[in-house]
Design a protein around this ligand. Structure first.
Ligand code: PXP
Length: 239
């Protein structure tokens, strides 16, 4: 199970003062020392946290792989095409949202998403689509010819204490996506408390976790915060 660490909120703290600390590049290096298999950042159109210069710096500094989250806006897709991260995860983006609220709507004509996929693929970038754990969305993603889907774990994160329905939906969706030859990633709202049942799902091969790790890093340091998440994920995965 690969653990990709999303360091957007390191940049959120920096942007709170528009200064030069804390440095996302330093955070990425510490996350890698702690056992991250990849570093994820979201270059939003509103640039509320990660900036273009961060992505450029991370592109050369990251020793593992860089996963760039982005909306399908042509300007951002062009930047991705130039920087060529290992992976691009297309996400829906709305200006007013606090965080990515739902998966991509792939119903009907999706010309912007098709164009984004074509441009990213032509640049040699592995493309993943962030979608809800829903069979219809998975079928539409498969039809778009991408390598991977990232299943939105937000509903699970909100409800896991009360019911296992969302976990079962993730399990079914992951199996459905594997059956469609898609690599299966998952993320959003995963924490030290709720990660293990998701990490134990065999059809999922990659987790993207940000807010909870950065929160723990305030008290433990980034390296140790990632190490502890890594241990939980590895433990859940043991036969
Ligand atoms: N995956 C995707 C596609 C996301 O948009 C986000 C949030 O940026 C995450 C994973 C990480 O979510 P969290 O910060 O809640 O761990």
């Amino acid at each position: 199970m690969r653990l990709y660490v999303n360091i957007d909120h390191v940049a959120t703290v920096r942007e709170a003062r528009r200064t030069d600390e804390p440095d996302p590049v330093r955070a990425a290096a510490a996350a890698e020392r702690g056992g991250a298999d990849g570093i994820t950042v979201h270059l939003r159109e509103d640039r509320r946290h990660i900036q273009d210069a961060d992505v450029r710096a991370l592109r050369t500094a990251v020793r593992t792989v860089l996963n760039l989250e982005l909306g399908a806006a042509p300007e951002i897709v062009r930047i991705a095409g130039r920087l060529k991260p290992f992976q691009a995860t297309l996400v829906p983006e709305r200006r007013q949202e606090i965080t990515t609220e739902g998966g991509l709507a792939l119903g009907g004509a999706t010309p912007k998403i098709r164009t984004a996929i074509a441009r990213l693929t032509a640049a040699g970038i592995r493309v993943s689509l962030f979608i809800d754990p829903d069979p219809g969305a998975i079928d539409r993603a498969a039809a778009l010819g991408v390598a991977a889907v990232e299943l939105h774990t937000g509903r699970y994160a909100r409800s896991w204490r009360k019911s296992d329905a969302a976990l079962r939906a993730l399990e079914r969706a992951a199996a459905h996506a594997r059956g469609r030859s898609l690599a299966v990633h998952a993320g959003h709202g995963l924490t030290y408390d709720n990660v293990q049942p998701v990490a134990a799902l065999r059809d999922i091969e990659e987790l993207n976790i940000g807010h909870s790790i950065v929160s723990h890093a305030i008290f433990l340091g980034m390296e140790e915060a990632v190490r502890r998440m890594r241990q939980l994920v590895d433990e859940a995965r043991r036969p």
